[in-house]
Design a protein around this ligand. Structure first.
Ligand code: NAD
Ligand code: ZN
Length: 388
């Protein structure tokens, strides 16, 4: 089959690789009909995540048709059309039973290095390095899906791929980021980053009762899309976002802050060994550090919710601000399984049509160009969908 393979920093290629096979009784093989490139893939593309091997298949946002099931699979059958959460979960461990799916204890067999760094390991993820299970990803014609009775959810009749594809990651991620804010009536929510995750966080914040949302980015098309959802906007290249936020909130600061940027703004590598040269270059650009800015901007007693992905050590975190302003910090890889059903219902009810983020539809063969366009926000790119 054809698959999008990582070959080093800024080097992804479409290779011909062996078709996936059922390895465990609970596996299913999915013929992929739609798959997307995520901001998290850019961390791999930029070479920030260690333990990638040349030839690893990328992709964790995918859906398609079940073409084969292992003997232990009870709920899925050949021909079912499913969306697949990017987090892999057994459904049976201490964490899965507590609805903490992205912390599954049984899906990351190669977790040695992560455990050494962080004390414990999160769940395995599709297409996201050997630190996180070494699973082949879904930017391919087929994928093997472990724990097939636990993760994949059948798509309700009448919904298109484009309406449901983002249930695999970015819609639940934006939603959980907003939910983690514990929004109260009248709250102002500031969202750093108007990429796909930020866009869903903005809409979810309104769905969960925010009175105002203030969106921060520097890409005009992304800010415009935020404005369309009803957000007020700040272009951080034109004004100091910290100062603007204070002015816009009567000096108090936003009640809730969502950091939907991640490592991208800081140039840290995932091992915490800061690449001095790269970092110096970035500092010269004067680009703000989104997470620090969010912590400093947040009002006293407020919440900072961090869907943005980090690895290694985030240096110079203003913990003094966290303590002295009594902030609540919440984060995590998304517990996608928790949100599949309720968010599919929201799509069916017409609360939201997630396809609004798609700007580019490419053949799988054009994946390399897709990464290039998405990385550099060329051609007004917000989200790229690949069609195998
Ligand atoms: P993206 O790269 O398309 O979007 C990031 C946006 O942040 C860009 O529009 C960029 O211009 C903007 N930005 C950069 N520096 C900024 C700054 N200082 N202030 C404000 N905005 C700034 O990526 P995405 O797909 O939207 O993903 C965003 C983050 O969410 C990534 O770190 C990704 O890894 C993470 N993510 C996390 C999960 C999870 O489970 N927690 C899931 C998916 C994605
Ligand atoms: Zn993703």
């Amino acid at each position: 089959m054809k698959a999008v393979c990582w070959h080093g920093s800024h080097d992804v290629r479409v290779d011909t690789v062996p078709d996936p096979k059922i390895l465990n009784p609970g596996d299913a093989i999915i013929k992929i009909t739609s798959t997307a490139i995520c901001g998290s893939d850019l961390h791999l593309y930029d070479g920030y995540i260690p333990t990638m091997k040349s030839g690893d298949i990328l992709g964790h946002e995918f859906m398609g048709e079940v073409v084969e099931v292992g003997p232990g699979v009870k709920k899925l059958k050949v021909g079912d059309r499913v969306v697949v959460p990017f987090t892999i979960s057994c459904g049976n461990c201490f964490f899965c039973k507590r609805d903490l799916w992205s912390l599954c204890d049984n899906s990351n067999p190669n977790s040695g290095l992560v455990e050494k760094m962080y004390g414990h390991s999160p769940s395995g993820l599709f297409g996201y390095s050997h630190l996180l299970g070494g699973y082949a990803g879904g930017q391919a014609e087929y994928a093997r899906v472990p724990f097939a009775d636990v993760g994949p959810m059948k798509v309700a009749d009448g919904l298109t791929d484009e309406q449901v594809l983002f249930l695999t990651d970015i819609f639940p991620t934006g939603y959980m980021a907003a939910e983690n804010c514990d929004i109260e009536p009248g709250d102002t929510v500031a969202v750093w980053g108007c990429g796909p995750v930020g866009q869903f966080a903005i809409r979810s914040a309104f769905m969960l009762g925010a009175a105002r949302v203030i969106a921060i980015d520097r890409v005009p098309e992304r800010l415009q899309l935020a404005e369309k959802a009803g957000a007020e906007i700040i272009n951080f290249e034109e004004v100091d976002a910290g100062v603007a936020l204070k002015e816009m909130t009567g000096g108090r600061g936003p009640d809730r802050c969502i950091e939907a940027v991640g490592m991208e703004s800081h140039g840290m590598d995932a091992m915490g060994v800061v690449d001095k040269v790269k970092q110096a270059v970035r500092l010269e650009t004067g680009r703000p550090h989104a997470l620090r800015q969010a912590i400093v901007a947040c009002r006293k007693g407020g919440t900072v919710s961090i869907p943005g992905v980090y690895g290694g050590f985030v240096d110079k975190m203003p913990m003094g601000a966290v303590v002295n302003k009594a902030l609540t910090l919440k984060s995590g890889q998304t517990h996608v399984h928790r949100y599949l059903r309720p968010l599919m219902e929201r799509i069916q009810n017409g609360d939201i049509d997630p396809s609004f983020v798609i700007t580019h539809r490419l053949n799988l063969e054009d994946a390399s160009r897709g990464y290039e366009i998405f990385k550099h926000k060329k051609d007004n790119c917000i989200k790229v969908v690949l069609k195998p």
